[in-house]
Write a protein that binds this ligand. Structure first.
Ligand SMILES: NC(=O)c1ccc[n+]([C@@H]2O[C@H](COP(=O)([O-])OP(=O)(O)OC[C@H]3O[C@@H](n4cnc5c(N)ncnc54)[C@H](OP(=O)(O)O)[C@@H]3O)[C@@H](O)[C@H]2O)c1
Length: 297
């Protein structure tokens, strides 16, 4: 029988990559989605059927946070995460042969703005504000389910670097047009993960059956914003990089309908649990990750 994986949010940046990788490993990938031929969220019978005898459930669904945080968007950012998680948890509790593991996306934004020290799973401090509240409720919904036959793992994902999506295109465009200087004071930390390492982390956790709970998904060497932009400029052979002050970013964010938090929050997160467990990163430094991604364009 073909090995089956169920992915919710498979049409997104991360989901597409994971789908491609699992298909290449001869898995059958079944998606739950709002469209694109996936099982619709309101069809609980089909969702249960898909989960029966599957090896793993991965839930990546959630409205993109790259928008203005107005009332409507905020409500959808939250509900698209908690509701999808709730639907999946309920479906799993109705399965007679559920997957052995359920991996749910979460976000490293759950930690506070950190300029003083790195946040780990055991010694990280949870922050405050809208994005943090979303992350807390997302994880609370997820861990609210007690599933005797299914391990539960929440991935606190940092900024994902990869081809065809995420932050690479906007960063590259800034650098290309000579605007790739520091943003704000440049001291805010940038924690990141190469998309291939995110996939490898999922495989690692899947095959190490004693693992469950929360995992920081970050490369072990976060950098500050100044170093981030310097590395981009160097690898793209661009010498000029005009900086963006915080107020200019604030103005720009309104114009392009996004939030400065995405650029200015200091995210200093390290993968303590993964390192303790012996996970080895394929792209441990920003230089290795960006060199790889830029060489594939
Ligand atoms: N990319 C990052 O840097 C990053 C960092 C931290 C955390 N994460 C989290 O990891 C997950 C995957 O990230 P991504 O970059 O792949 O996100 P993405 O490209 O925005 O894709 C997320 C998927 O969620 C589904 N979705 C969107 N709005 C929805 C709604 N209102 N209701 C239900 N489903 C909805 C969509 O799938 P369908 O169209 O198929 O329904 C979409 O393809 C997200 O939950 C994100 O918050 C990502």
């Amino acid at each position: 029988m073909e090995r089956k994986i169920v992915i919710a949010g498979a049409s997104g940046f991360v989901g597409k990559y994971l789908t491609k990788r699992f298909l290449a490993s001869r898995y059958q990938v079944v998606s739950i989605a709002r469209s694109n031929g996936g099982i619709p969220w309101n069809d609980s019978r089909k969702i249960i059927e898909a989960l029966e005898n599957s090896e793993m459930l991965i839930n990546l669904a959630g409205k993109s946070v790259n928008c203005r945080y107005n009332k409507l968007n905020k409500a959808e950012i939250l509900s698209s995460r908690t509701e999808t998680t709730r639907i999946l948890g309920e479906a799993l509790s109705h399965c007679s042969n559920p997957p052995e593991i359920w991996i749910n996306a979460s976000t490293a934004t759950i930690y506070r703005n950190a300029e003083d020290r790195a946040m780990t799973e055991s010694h990280g401090e949870i922050g405050t504000g809208f994005s943090v509240e979303v992350a807390k409720l997302w994880e609370k919904t997820f861990f609210g389910f007690e599933l005797p036959d299914t391990r539960q793992v929440a991935l606190r994902i940092t900024i994902v670097l990869g081809l065809d999506g995420g932050v690479m295109t906007p960063f590259k465009n800034l650098v290309r047009f000579g605007l790739g200087g520091k943003q704000g004071n440049g001291k805010q930390m940038f924690s990141w993960i190469h998309i291939e390492d995110l996939y490898r982390i999922i495989l690692y956790i899947q095959s190490h059956k004693h693992l469950s709970g929360v995992f920081n998904c970050a490369a072990p060497t976060p950098v500050d914003n100044r170093t981030l932009m310097q590395t981009f400029r160097r690898l793209m052979h661009v010498t000029i990089g005009l900086p963006f002050s915080a107020w200019l970013l604030e103005l720009g964010a309104v114009v392009i309908r996004t939030e400065t938090e995405l650029l200015l929050k200091s995210r200093w997160v390290i993968p303590k649990r993964l390192s303790n467990e012996g996970f080895v990163f394929k792209f441990p430094t920003l230089e290795t990750a960006l060199t790889d991604i830029l060489s594939h364009e």
